[in-house]
Design a protein around this ligand. Structure first.
Ligand code: GUN
Length: 282
């Protein structure tokens, strides 16, 4: 079987069309959505992500500010920037790009962001509400991955979903979202015994490991839906956590890298920002 592509580029472009309409409607009411991104240090991947977020804001007419801080920024200075953005009525969304340098307490910083401005969905209140199935801001990458499955009409209810990776950013919220859709969910991680026995059972396999081409064809069931969340740079080229060439021969659907989930992460960040602005404008 040759897999069908879940094309993040096309889906994100469609979402942006709709977001533009919502931004224009807000602007007609005299309200411009605003996003503040805080980037500490010079991690090259983070710089690329932050630049892409700024470009998406520009395309949609969202006012974006990127606060760039040196790698030796203190906790106090970081927290002061968050408090300032919290207090600014022109700012609807605040995003602290992760990972932060090791000397900083990221959990403490994230907990200071007002939950209604937490467009990453990383605040304890949003993460807690997601776990209880309540209305909340949902983390952008898992929200984007779920959107891809749903918009392709893929059946989730009753399916075996296996997630490889247990991060707060992807693995855990992805598990909760798929559980809400009535999948039977398994979360695997670096200490999982016989990982392949789990991945081979997956109707829906989500790879969020951070190791290039970690998921090989022998780990995948025929006809599985494979969602690749990895973004790795190998010899100057981007590749995912899935061995795309080989796995695509077995899967029914697969997301490419680049042009897959990464595009959806940014689209969902824009969606969360516009939604925060709509609530604030009410
Ligand atoms: N680093 C990797 N992914 C993300 C994300 O979705 N949000 C933030 N803030 N940092 C990240």
């Amino acid at each position: 079987m040759a897999a069908r592509l879940l094309d993040g580029k096309i889906m994100a472009a469609e979402l942006e069309e709709n977001l533009k309409v919502r931004v224009d409607a807000l602007k007609e009411k005299g309200y411009t959505p605003g996003l503040t991104v805080i980037l500490v240090g010079e991690d090259p991947a983070s710089q690329t992500y932050v630049n892409n977020k700024g470009k998406a804001c520009d395309r949609l007419g969202i006012a974006s500010t990127t606060i760039r801080m040196p790698a030796d920024t203190t906790q106090e200075v970081l927290e002061a920037a968050i408090e300032e953005a919290n207090a600014d009525p022109a700012v609807n969304g605040i995003l602290v790009q992760l990972p932060l340098p090791k000397h900083l307490d990221g959990d403490r910083a994230l907990s200071l962001i007002l939950p209604q401005k937490d467009v990453d969905g990383f605040h304890d209140i949003n993460a807690g509400r997601l776990s209880r199935g309540l209305d909340c801001v949902v983390a952008c990458t898992p929200k984007g991955a779920l959107y891809m499955l749903k918009s392709a009409g893929i059946d989730i209810s009753g399916k075996e979903a296996v997630i490889v990776g247990r991060s707060n950013i992807v693995g855990k919220p992805m598990a909760l979202l798929l559980l809400q859709e009535n999948a039977t969910v398994t979360v695997c991680h670096s200490r999982t015994a016989d990982l392949k026995a789990h991945t081979k059972r997956a109707d829906i396999l989500v790879a969020a490991i951070g190791v290039p081409k970690f998921i090989t064809a022998d780990m995948v069931k025929d006809g599985a839906v494979v969602v690749d969340v990895g973004i790795n740079r190998v010899d100057g080229k981007l590749c995912g956590d899935v061995d795309f060439e080989e796995v695509a021969k077995k899967a029914s659907y697969i997301t490419p890298v680049p042009g897959g989930v990464g595009k959806m992460t940014i689209a969902m960040l824009m969606d969360n920002t516009v939604a925060a602005a709509e609530k604030a404008a009410k």
